[in-house]
Design a protein around this ligand. Structure first.
Ligand SMILES: C[S@@+](CC[C@H](N)C(=O)[O-])C[C@H]1O[C@@H](n2cnc3c(N)ncnc32)[C@H](O)[C@@H]1O
Length: 358
């Protein structure tokens, strides 16, 4: 390995030193015993996977996250494919602007799930929203490989890009890059397209077509055979503080939003938003210190209807389901604030309380 490639990412020197020492030790043992190379390789791969999983888990446990839940029904109310696409684009932009970690798109009932299963069938508003949100979050150079053509992408080209830090341009250098794994010769690892003029090599053997986050290390010469490292997707924001995009999740109803949290310990503070909520000015809102905050936004009929429609929440009211139920835009001059408007208003409203809680 090119020595300049050994140091992948800042602050990892000691980890690499340890690894190197262990590698040397193992090499000695292998030579001594003669020909356990295959076993060694399997062991090494398993260990690396285990370490990455452990790091991802520990990481998830540390960093406070903000999730939003949005009713997929907002798409069903859009009057054309073009308007539905623009609406999805607004949700994605709001999420990126406010550094949202997770967007949960929820349906009103489990039966709404069915749309989108068969190619010719109309997909549900929730499925449509998820498709566009995932597309927009993905760096442009990866989209062709990760998203097969679909009729619902017809107007996606009209949308303004997220222009998030992980959408790194071809001529830019970045400590981390998002990539997609490629097929071909696996003798040295896996080739990854990270949106540069040449693919890079990572030492893990990974199946083709997977999105990965690559630590590019310090060697900027991509013409060499330098081996880069696949890291957990949370590493860039943890190590550089940069926003690194959102994850998207489908939930069949509101209770699934809450109970299906990807975080082991679940959401520890859940806010519902509504014109019927409590009015507290932003500077006086005290949020408890949280690890995983969830802020929910309803559709045309609001979150109270989503609660009523949810058989798992029978007999419950907004104050039973949410830790806080808030009106973030008191004295509204229009009879209704649309969800996409409420998203921008509310996420701005929560900025300071979130910062103070952190
Ligand atoms: C068309 S509104 C639904 C109207 C409904 N009467 C309600 O509960 O607010 C769609 C969504 O926008 C958000 N929203 C609308 N007005 C709001 C306000 N004043 N404060 C906070 N969120 C609001 C809520 O998430 C709501 O579910």
């Amino acid at each position: 390995m090119n020595p300049a490639c050994a140091e992948v990412g800042a602050g990892k020197k000691s980890r690499h030193k340890d690894k190197k020492e262990k590698k040397m030790k193992r090499k000695d043992t292998t030579e001594h015993h003669g020909g356990h190379a295959e076993e060694e390789a399997v062991h090494k791969k398993k260990k690396k996977k285990h370490t990455a999983e452990k790091a991802e888990k520990a990481d998830q446990e540390r960093k406070p996250t903000v999730s939003i839940a949005v009713a997929g029904s907002i798409i069903d109310n859009a009057q054309s494919l073009e308007l539905a696409t623009l609406l999805a684009g607004q949700i994605a932009r709001a999420a990126a602007v406010f550094r949202i970690d997770e967007i949960v798109v929820f349906d009103s009932s489990p039966s709404a799930e069915s749309g989108g299963g068969v190619e010719d069938e109309e997909e549900s508003g929730a499925r449509f929203l998820i498709r566009i949100l995932e597309y927009l979050e993905t760096p442009q150079y990866l989209r062709r490989r990760l998203f097969p053509m679909h009729k619902n992408f017809k107007y996606v080209g009209l949308l303004p890009p997220l222009d998030a830090p992980h959408h790194v341009r071809k001529h830019e250098w970045s400590e981390f890059r998002e990539g997609v794994t490629l097929g071909g010769d696996r003798s040295k690892g896996t080739q990854v397209d990270v949106g540069l003029s040449k693919n890079v090599l990572v030492d893990q053997v990974l199946e083709p077509g997977k999105r990965v986050t690559v630590a590019m290390g310090t060697n900027r010469d991509i013409t060499t055979d330098c081996v880069r490292e696949v890291v957990p997707p949370s590493s860039p924001s943890k190590e550089t503080g940069s926003y690194w995009g959102y994850k998207v999740r489908y939930a069949s109803n509101l209770s699934d939003v809450i109970n299906g949290s990807p975080y082991k310990e679940g959401y520890d503070h859940i806010i519902g938003t509504s014109e019927h909520g409590e009015t507290i000015i932003s500077s006086e809102l005290i949020l408890p210190s949280f690890r995983h905050l969830l802020i929910a936004f309803g559709g045309l009929a609001g979150l109270e209807e989503s609660i009523e429609e949810d058989i798992n929440l029978k007999g419950k009211g907004a104050n039973d389901v949410f830790t806080s139920y808030l009106n973030t835009c008191p004295n509204q001059g229009s009879r209704t604030i649309r969800t996409e408007e409420a998203l921008l208003i509310s996420l701005q409203y929560f900025q300071d309380p979130i910062r103070r809680a952190g």
